[in-house]
Design a protein around this ligand. Structure first.
Ligand code: NAD
Ligand code: UDP
Ligand code: UDP
Length: 310
């Protein structure tokens, strides 16, 4: 049995990861300050003797004894990470430092939930791991993008200086049940708007693209990466290469919900990336991983979830 720490474990991805780790027979500590996460996401685990929740902010040191650390703590939705951008940078940078210090002390293996945002508004398409990105360091997305980039730097420097067993995962847009209805990201916004019969808010002209991965596929990739050979550190893209415009996404959500909501167009936020699609050859080669759930099927499952919660 491994003792595993999941930071951000009460969030969308973190709570699915906790489920998976408990199912696999691990002893799980979930550390979360509940900024965007919720006890509701982990309520069903609370009575399990192998699950423990700690209300903790990763910008503060943490002393626990574990074998593996998944570092997911960080708000992921632009609305929430831009609400207090200085705090977002602190969470990524101090959070990574503290978790790396912890990993060093207890000789734990540590995985960082990095992001496709390290590629910024990419000039090459699709994006392989070798691409170094195009990030505006002073824009409104920089607190998240640059914070995550520094976290990657810290991971690789702890590996070079202290031989830490690090894993860096670049996550592309992921969606599914347990996204907060007020999360603000596009999939949850469109579904909630469609189900409530409200206007579907498209930012810009809706021709920008994203590639959407269903949460179960993503968690499988994360666990495979953590348990991959010690000499493989990544960074590795995990995402679904299926690429859709926001108008295509909106129309699919309308079709699957049977909603009569109208599409309305609103200003495009500053530095909003025009296109995004992962090259996943490395994940396939090193982890034997590829996504299996395509957008239509994943949206159907997600819509079922939102019908229950709103
Ligand atoms: P989320 O907002 O649902 O989860 C983040 C969790 O971290 C929340 O439970 C929140 O309360 C917690 N948290 C935030 N700041 C904290 C702090 N200072 N101390 C302790 N806990 C803190 O988002 P998510 O989609 O589950 O994302 C999880 C991780 O994956 C994040 O690091 C995010 O950057 C990364 N990621 C997600 C996506 C995606 O599409 N879902 C894409 C790229 C990267
Ligand atoms: N740290 C932690 N838990 C531990 C060990 C360290 O939170 O079990 C924090 C510690 O407070 C420090 C950071 O991790 O701020 C980096 O630790 P490291 O030992 O690498 O560096 P140093 O303490 O020498 O700055
Ligand atoms: N978006 C949109 N309407 C919304 C929310 C988002 O058109 O209600 C757009 C947003 O401008 C971006 C894309 O959808 O181009 C994905 O946004 P999200 O916040 O989900 O993720 P990110 O931009 O971080 O990939």
């Amino acid at each position: 049995m491994n003792r595993v720490l999941v930071t951000g474990g009460a969030g969308f991805l973190g709570s699915h990861l906790c489920d998976r780790l408990i199912m696999d027979g691990n002893d799980v500590i979930c550390a979360d300050n509940l900024y965007t996460g919720s006890k509701d996401n982990i309520r069903h685990l609370m009575s399990n003797p192998y699950f423990e929740f700690i209300r903790h902010d990763v910008t503060e040191p943490l002393y626990v004894e574990v074998d593996q650390i998944y570092n997911l703590a960080c708000p992921a939705s632009p609305v929430h990470y831009q609400n207090n951008p200085v705090k977002t940078t602190k969470t990524s940078v101090y959070g990574a430092l503290n978790m790396l210090g912890l990993a060093k002390r207890v000789h734990a293996r540590i995985l960082q939930a990095s992001t496709s945002e390290v590629y910024g508004d990419p000039e090459i398409h699709p994006q392989p791991e070798s691409y170094r990105g195009c990030v505006n360091p002073i824009g409104i997305r920089a607190c998240y993008d640059e914070g995550k980039r520094v976290a990657e730097t810290l991971f690789f420097d702890y590996n070079r200086m202290h031989n830490l067993e690090i894993k860096v995962m670049r996550i592309f847009n992921t969606y599914g049940p347990r996204m907060n209805p007020n999360d603000g990201r596009v999939v949850s916004n469109f579904i909630v708007q469609a189900l409530k019969g409200e206007d579907i808010t498209i930012y810009g002209d809706g021709t920008q693209t994203r590639s959407f991965c269903y949460v179960d596929d993503l968690i499988e990739g994360m666990v495979r990466l953590m348990n991959s050979p010690a000499d493989f550190h990544g960074p590795v893209n995990i995402g679904n290469p299926g690429e859709f415009t926001m108008v295509e996404l909106a129309n699919l959500v309308l079709e699957l919900t049977g909603s009569k909501s109208k599409l309305v167009f609103q200003p495009l936020p500053q530095d909003d990336p025009l296109q995004r699609k992962p090259v996943i050859d490395l994940a396939h080669e090193k982890l034997g991983w590829e996504p299996h759930i395509q957008l239509r099927e994943g949206l159907e499952k997600t819509i079922e979830y939102f019908k229950k919660v709103i």
